[in-house]
Design a protein around this ligand. Structure first.
Ligand code: PMP
Length: 431
């Protein structure tokens, strides 16, 4: 049995001074019905909690740690940056170098602006799309999560889905009214929406492969058709690649699927574990951003030295030959291993994954193609599985509607240990 006394004590102290005891809702482990563990440190693919328990980490800080924790080159880059000062609020060469690398790697990005989180990236991209088109409405897909800006808290995924809240108090009705929603992978519904409102829509924002309702790959014709229709209607197509960027391929989902959006939002990996986001795209649109253009957006810590150093080092490692093949193989081994283990023990579930991320949807008998499908998952079974895995030293996302992330630091041995743990957990669930 793992002991969690120190975590329990920390959580109690946290709840007195932090809402829910956490700085981001899913960390509270609410939907998996146990108390959260407090982390002391991490190394490679392992997390160590304040009670001295070790876990194989499949959250990877929710995506950023694609190289694993404490990668020597990232540490060296951050340490070097630290020597020179942590923030100047003025321009540095590192920002240019990071922007250059992003522009060179991501097909749809001619110019890019650095911000401090994915939320800032999506919020700014939508403002820019509205400024560029002079239109007001936006379209998002049910179950996609784009951060917590007002206009995105409509049928959102991730923690919003986990807590089963349709929107959020505090978001004005007028803002909600400007957000139209459609089911993912449903071109018929999209066509009807475009027929009705096409001329008023500034932007369609989409996770090209949603990972915030669990991992849901797009049907073959979904993204190409979305690209064609938005172009015809003069709608700015925004790919939210905060998760998929630099994970599905060096150039993200847009490279993998050969569909180039007008704007792209990035985050997570490009900060190598420090707070960063970015939005970029076609030169003509980016030229509208202040100070060259009238669309305002700014940030005291934007492009700060530590974050850009960590991001640059991360992208440098990811640019080396063979890295993505390795990530792909290990991700597939994990997904297949989990699927086979579940089948052997007669646990009903669908495992879906792409590249180095995957989700086990419990209680499913067929593919999960959209949010309605995902919501039919057996979240109680997921909670039992999560707790059984935690007890066996495997740290999965503490909610059904999320992805498991594999890093370069996850070796074959660790994947095998994980699948064995899953065997034993499924057996317990089935028994
Ligand atoms: N977009 C997507 C696709 C995300 O997954 C997230 C966060 N998980 C965000 C935006 C928001 O990013 P942040 O939490 O850095 O604000």
């Amino acid at each position: 049995m793992h002991h969690h006394q120190m975590s329990a004590r920390a959580f109690e102290a946290a709840r007195e001074v932090i809402p829910g005891g956490v700085n981001s809702p899913v960390r509270a482990f609410k939907s998996v019905q146990c108390d959260p563990v407090f982390i002391e440190r991490a190394s490679g693919c392992r997390l160590f909690d304040v009670d001295g328990n070790a876990y194989l980490d499949y959250i990877g800080s929710w995506g950023p740690m694609i190289l694993g924790h404490g990668h020597p080159e990232v540490r060296a880059a951050v340490a070097a940056a630290l020597e020179d000062g942590t923030s100047f609020g003025a321009s540095t060469w590192r920002e240019v170098a990071l922007a250059r690398r992003i522009v060179d790697m991501v097909p749809g990005i001619d110019m890019v602006r650095l911000v401090n989180s994915g939320t800032e990236a999506t919020m700014s991209a939508v403002r820019l799309a509205r400024g560029f088109t002079g239109r007001k409405k936006i379209v998002k897909f049910d179950g996609c999560y784009h951060g917590h800006a007002d206009g995105f808290l409509v049928k959102a995924g991730s923690g919003v889905a986990t807590l089963a809240i349709p929107g959020s108090p505090g978001v004005p009705d007028e803002v909600v009214a400007a957000t139209l929603t459609a089911p993912f992978n449903d071109l018929e519904a999209l066509e009807a929406l475009f027929d009705r409102e096409g001329g008023d829509i500034a932007a369609v924002i989409v996770e090209p492969v949603p990972a915030n309702m669990g991992v849901v790959p797009p049907d073959g014709d979904f993204l190409p058709t979305l690209r064609r229709w938005t172009e015809e209607l003069g709608i700015v197509l925004v790919f939210d690649e905060v998760i998929t960027g630099f994970r599905l391929a060096p150039g993200g989902a847009q490279e993998r699927f050969g569909v180039v959006p007008d704007l792209t939002c990035l985050g997570k990996i490009i900060g190598g574990g420090l707070p960063v986001g970015a939005y970029g795209g076609r030169r003509e649109i980016m030229a509208q951003v202040a100070p060259d253009g009238p669309v305002y957006q700014a940030g005291t810590l934007s492009g700060n030295p530590l974050a850009t150093a960590a991001g640059l080092a991360t992208l440098e490692v990811l640019s080396r030959p063979g890295v993505y093949d390795l990530l792909e193989e290990r991700g597939r081994a994990l997904a297949e291993g989990l699927g086979e283990a579940a089948r052997r023990h007669g646990v009903a579930c669908t495992v879906q994954g792409i590249a180095s991320m995957a989700t086990v949807f419990f209680g499913q008998t067929g593919p999960v193609r959209n949010f309605d499908d995902a919501l039919r998952s057996d979240t109680g079974a997921y909670a039992r599985f999560f707790r059984a895995m935690l007890e066996r030293g495997v740290y999965l996302a503490p909610a059904q509607f999320e992805a498991a992330f594999v890093s370069l630091a996850h070796g074959w041995d660790e994947i095998e240990v994980t699948v064995q743990a899953a065997e034993s957990a499924f057996k317990e669930l089935a028994g």
